[in-house]
Design a protein around this ligand. Structure first.
Ligand SMILES: [Zn+2]
Length: 143
C-alpha cells in the first residue's frame, strides 16, 4: 500500500505498524509492542499520552449523558438504576474506541514526525557569525 494521508488512519485503527502496515502495533489491549515484528521499526517514538482517553470521553460522553437525561426524564428511575445502566454503558463505550484511537494517534505521530517542540534559532547577520545560540550545543556565545 503506498504511503498516503489515509495511511495513519487505516493502519492505526487496524493496529498495524505505521511504517510497513503489516506488523502488529499492540502487544495487549492498549500496551504497545516494543518494535514491529515485520520491519523492525522501534516504537520508542510513540507517546500518545492521554489523547485516546480524551477523544473517547469527549465523543462518547455527549450521547450517553443525553441518553441518561432522556431515560431519567421519561421514566424517573431511582438513582441506583443509573448506577447499573448508565455508568457501565459509559465505561464500555469509552473503553471500546481506546485501542483504535491509540493506534491512529501513534501512526499519525510517525507519519507527521510529531515530537516535542525545540527552539529554532536563526542567524540573521551577514557574516554568519554574530553572537547567539550555538546550534551544536545550544549554549549562548558571544562574538
Ligand atoms: Zn513494520
Amino acid at each position: 500500500m503506498p504511503w498516503t494521508a489515509k495511511a495513519p488512519l487505516s493502519r492505526g485503527i487496524r493496529g498495524r505498524c505505521p511504517q510497513c502496515g503489516k506488523g502488529k502495533l499492540f502487544r495487549g489491549f492498549l500496551k504497545l509492542a516494543s518494535c514491529c515484528d515485520v520491519c523492525g521499526l522501534d516504537y520508542g517514538f510513540a507517546d500518545p499520552a492521554d489523547g485516546p482517553a480524551f477523544f473517547a470521553m469527549t465523543a462518547m460522553s455527549f450521547p450517553v449523558v443525553g441518553l441518561a437525561l432522556w431515560f431519567d426524564a421519561a421514566y424517573a428511575p431511582p438513582w441506583w438504576v443509573h448506577l447499573v445502566t448508565t455508568l457501565p454503558l459509559l465505561i464500555v463505550l469509552c473503553a471500546l474506541p481506546l485501542r483504535p484511537l491509540k493506534g491512529w494517534l501513534v501512526c499519525s505521530q510517525y507519519f507527521y514526525k510529531a515530537e516535542e517542540g525545540r527552539l529554532a534559532v536563526t542567524n540573521t547577520s551577514s557574516d554568519g557569525d554574530a553572537g547567539g545560540f550555538d546550534r551544536e550545543d545550544g549554549r549562548h556565545r558571544n562574538k
